[in-house]
Design a binder for this molecule. Structure first.
Ligand SMILES: Nc1ncnc2c1ncn2[C@@H]1O[C@H](COP(=O)(O)OP(=O)(O)O)[C@@H](O)[C@H]1O
Ligand SMILES: [Mg+2]
Length: 287
């Protein structure tokens, strides 16, 4: 099951009647459990367009996307042969700046809106709200507050809780940490990592933060000018010979490892993924 892209092309029809290419010949498989994927690439490379195909918000111009066995292509959508509602529940997509989409009087009403829309009864939806508010690191007292009186980071958490309350199998987040300070960013990343670890859910995060990519991701997708140019692990990504063309930053930890090698001649046995691993290896190498 999961999500399968088969030779997908997509263009936007601009207001000026010109076509703007956003996806070219994308073929890609994403499993329905156990993946922790980061999606990176320059602004305008097609990241948002790609994830909006993963829950059928957009339909391929040519090719198809199989979402949990439902084939999304021009013909099927045009002739209304496919039901989109179950897909939207199975694949939860948190937009960039979701905080602008909060609109109810209380946090609780915002969170239960989605599940109720998908047919969950009110009492069950409220039970779920109590659970997911804790998952995103806020306590139950937030449920009775107005979403408009929360900080930016808290609003983001509430929006994410609203998607979690629909109990999606796959969770996709479009630049969830943009606009947050480093502490808020790390706290939110820990939330996603926890959800992935505890529930074995597939999570896809669009980010510009290469430190996140390097430390957390099991799999990295790189978009460049509407093409998927890399699909693999983060360690090989940063040693790929094409990396300079993709305009990606190098993670801080890798810069440090390179300095250790070049300036101090320290060769590490394996490539550490975080400070703790680096420290453990240095202890062995220097002892
Ligand atoms: N509504 C739109 N109308 C016309 N062009 C668009 C629209 N949305 C996005 N595009 C174009 O499609 C390409 C991919 O955009 P997008 O998927 O938003 O990229 P990213 O998320 O990587 O920044 C860009 O060239 C962008 O200008
Ligand atoms: Mg985008």
């Amino acid at each position: 099951m999961g999500i399968k892209f088969n030779k997908v092309d997509f263009k936007y029809q601009g207001n000026d009647n010109k076509a703007y290419l956003a996806l070219s010949n994308i073929t890609l498989n994403i499993k329905d459990t156990g993946e922790f994927i980061t999606l990176i690439g320059e602004t305008g490379s097609g990241k948002t367009t790609l994830v909006q195909h993963m829950n059928a918000l957009l339909t391929p111009l040519s090719g198809s996307v199989d979402i949990f066995g439902v084939k999304i292509n021009r013909e099927n959508v045009k002739k209304k042969k496919v039901k989109l509602n179950p897909i939207r529940q199975q694949v939860g997509l948190v937009f960039q700046f979701p905080e602008y989409q909060l609109f109810e009087e209380t946090v609780q009403k915002d969170i239960i809106f989605g599940p109720k829309n998908f047919g969950v009864d009110e009492a069950t939806a409220i039970e779920r709200a109590k659970e997911v508010i804790k998952v995103v690191g806020l306590d139950e007292s937030y449920l009775q507050r107005s979403p408009f009186n929360l900080s930016g980071g808290e609003k983001k958490r509430v929006s994410i809780a609203g998607i979690l309350a629909m109990e999606p199998d796959i969770l996709i987040l479009d630049e969830p940490t943009s606009g947050l300070d480093p502490l808020g960013r790390n706290a939110l990343l820990d939330v996603f990592y926890d959800i992935h670890k505890k529930l074995n859910k597939t999570i896809i995060i669009i980010t510009h933060d290469m430190n996140t990519v390097y430390e957390y991701a099991k799999r990295v997708l790189v978009m460049r000018d509407s093409y998927l140019v890399y699909d693999g692990d983060p360690i090989h990504l940063f040693t790929n010979k094409n990396i300079d063309n993709w305009n990606l930053d190098v993670p801080d930890l890798l810069n440090l490892i390179h300095k250790l090698e070049e300036d101090l001649g320290i060769q590490l046995p394996t490539q550490p993924r975080n400070e703790q691993e680096l420290f453990e290896q240095l202890k062995v190498v220097l002892s």
